[in-house]
Write a protein that binds this ligand. Structure first.
Ligand SMILES: [Zn+2]
Length: 314
């Protein structure tokens, strides 16, 4: 039986898994990325992590897949200059890993790889047209269309976080204005909530946490009956829904999975998202598309990376 290694490269940790063709994780290794050691030290951590799981496989590993923060070039196999991997600049990672382990390696960005993982073993299992949206510091997106990961001509497809929802909105680091992730990411809801508090001085328990406010604080307060916090989630769900409508109309996906810490807020987020999609997406798709929580959590990255290796090594 062929086995595959999936690697989830993050700013803080590297997680590697040995995965079989049915999506079972047979071995796992997690260790710090150690960017403080510079590129060579950090690369050493990754090689050691991969070696640990490869060691459990005998000689049946056929390929290695890696998910990395973007920007990356998936076709050249190069990590370009990710914001949260400052030690990694223009690293030809695929070549390095192939030389080290003697099997084909493949690279894509973490959001794409997570989408592939969820489509294989999680919220999109059995679904051919699927999208996964990760709500974190930014908003990551990945689309699996007709069972295949949509990469785009140079690997930059499905950047759902940068759909414009306000053409005259605040500037986004990408150079555009009013991008979805400015409003509906974890960072976005915190920024909007604080601005609203300063402007409207509402009665809310969030004042106690104002300085270090997090999306989780807002969700917790909403669940405890704080009306202002609930309204902030309601509005965020609406704005997220407005962005997703564009993606739904473009891709005609059957399922969209929402992941990342904010998705744990549950119905206070999902209900306004679903309502907005029902009200605004095109007839013919709006009543068919399902918006669900993602299921794999931290395993989405390594399972998706392994799946990518499996599909591309064929
Ligand atoms: Zn943007």
């Amino acid at each position: 039986m062929s086995l595959y290694v999936g690697v989830d490269l993050g700013g803080t940790n590297i997680v590697s898994g040995l995965v079989d063709e049915e999506g079972r994780i047979l071995a796992r290794d997690k260790r710090p990325t150690r960017q403080d050691l510079g590129l060579d030290g950090s690369l050493g951590q990754m090689k050691e992590s991969i070696r640990t799981v490869v060691g459990q496989a005998g000689d049946s590993v056929r390929a290695i897949g890696i998910g990395s923060p973007g920007p990356i070039d998936p076709f050249e196999g190069v990590v370009l200059e990710p914001e949260n991997l400052p030690a990694w600049r223009n690293v030809p990672l695929v070549r390095i890993v192939e030389e080290e382990f003697g099997v084909p390696a493949f690279l894509d960005n973490d959001a794409n790889v997570a989408a592939l993982g969820e489509q294989w073993q999680g919220a999109g299992k059995g679904v051919k047209f699927f999208m996964c949206v990760t709500l974190g510091t930014g908003i990551g997106g990945g689309a699996v269309l007709d069972g295949k990961l949509l990469q785009g001509f140079n690997g930059n497809a499905a950047e759902i976080g940068h759909i414009t929802i306000d053409y005259d909105g605040p500037p986004c680091p990408c150079g555009n204005r009013g991008c979805l992730e400015l409003y509906a990411s974890a960072t976005g809801i915190v920024r909007r909530t604080k601005e609203r508090m300063e402007r409207e001085r509402p009665e809310t328990s969030l004042w106690e946490k104002f300085e270090n406010l997090t999306a989780k604080d807002i969700s917790q307060a909403a669940h405890e009956g704080d009306e202002f916090a609930r309204r902030m989630y309601e509005e965020t769900g609406f704005l997220l829904g407005v962005g997703l409508v564009s993606a739904i109309n473009l891709y005609n996906v059957e399922v969209i999975a929402l992941g990342g810490g904010m998705a744990h807020a549950g119905e206070i987020l999902f209900e306004p998202v679903r309502r907005t999609v029902r009200e605004r997406a095109l007839p013919g798709v709006r009543d068919k598309v399902r918006i669900v929580p993602s299921q794999l959590g931290d395993d989405a990255g390594l399972l998706g990376a392994a799946r990518m290796a499996m599909q591309q090594a064929e």
